[in-house]
Design a protein around this ligand. Structure first.
Ligand code: 13P
Length: 294
């Protein structure tokens, strides 16, 4: 397969963001509409973009080859010139990471948070060795992110700065750490990210850090986290909510009913959600500080 040159690994854009104190948005995709909306919005605003694909979303779309093929096609057909990263989100095994790389993903996360730290190190090392051979960037995780992401459940344990240092030494490119963040919607009684933990991990890692569970964290906390080393922010739920709400409005207005015209055509029915994804991307990248930084 021929790969479009705009598909890049995330090393450079994350290193630049870490230095420049802003964060690149990682947005999870689910289908063609998601990918196209994000690529068009990124291109229109000259903003670097990481397209995240969870194992569940990958399965839903058909598999790594389908996803890589779709993204490479869109890069060419839409004449995308911004840097775009195709990233495996929460890869659950070394094999998954290798399969994603073989299919053309430019970045992978190995999520060893369900393993002992020793096993996490052994497997992350194996992923780094394979990724390096293919010029692919690697994200690792210490501690764990609370909540549920595509059936992967985490208890939410803080990352340990000593472990951060050790895992960074393997040659990873950016690091996810549990800092009180949660996948999905934040419960009413959730107070805050733990900035002391973040600060200590940042000092130990001295590398771009990743904030998972980026949906619904108050803006002031996101901005503070960026000053403490967060240079990639993962967002999934917020786009899903925006898409669902816009679609709901369309249907509640009965625009999909045949007696009201051709609004049942999926290209019309899915359009409000498509626009909502672009709007959410524009709003979030403005406060992440990455807008216009391509
Ligand atoms: P949210 O669904 O909470 O935005 O989390 C996304 C995420 O962290 C993907 O890795």
């Amino acid at each position: 397969m021929k790969y479009h040159k705009q598909l890049v690994n995330a090393k450079e854009i994350i290193a630049k963001a870490y230095k420049g104190k802003y964060a690149v948005g990682h947005f999870n995709i689910n289908n063609l509409e998601w990918a196209k909306a994000l690529l068009e919005a990124g291109q229109a605003s000259n903003t670097p973009l990481i397209l995240g694909v969870s194992e569940g979303a990958n399965k839903y779309m058909g598999g790594f080859k389908t996803v890589a093929g779709m993204i490479n096609g869109l890069l060419e057909d839409l004449k995308i010139t911004i840097p775009v990263v195709l990233h495996l989100d929460h890869g659950q095994s070394v094999e998954s990471c290798k399969n994603a790389i073989d299919a053309g993903f430019s970045s992978v996360m190995f999520d060893g948070s369900h393993l002992s730290f020793e096993d996490n190190i052994v497997k992350t090392k194996e992923v780094v060795a394979y990724a390096k051979k293919h010029n692919v960037s690697v994200e690792a995780e210490i501690g764990s992110i609370g909540g549920e992401e595509d059936g992967v459940i985490g208890n939410g344990e803080f990352g340990d700065p000593k472990e951060a240092k050790e895992i960074v030494a393997l040659g990873i490119d950016f690091l996810a750490a549990g800092i009180g963040n949660i996948h999905g919607q934040y419960p009413e009684n959730w107070k805050s990210l733990n900035f002391d933990v973040l600060k200590n991990i940042n000092t130990a890692a001295n590398k771009g850090l990743v904030l998972h569970g980026g949906s619904g964290i108050p803006q002031d906390q996101v901005k503070k986290a960026i000053t403490l080393g967060i240079s990639k922010i993962n967002v999934n739920t917020e786009l899903q909510l925006a898409f669902a709400s816009a679609t709901r409005k369309y249907i509640e207005a009965k625009k999909d009913l045949p007696e009201n015209g051709k609004g049942f055509d999926p290209r019309k029915l899915l359009n409000p959600g498509f626009v909502a994804i672009k709007d959410t991307f524009n709003e979030l990248t403005t406060w992440f500080g990455s807008k216009g930084k391509a």
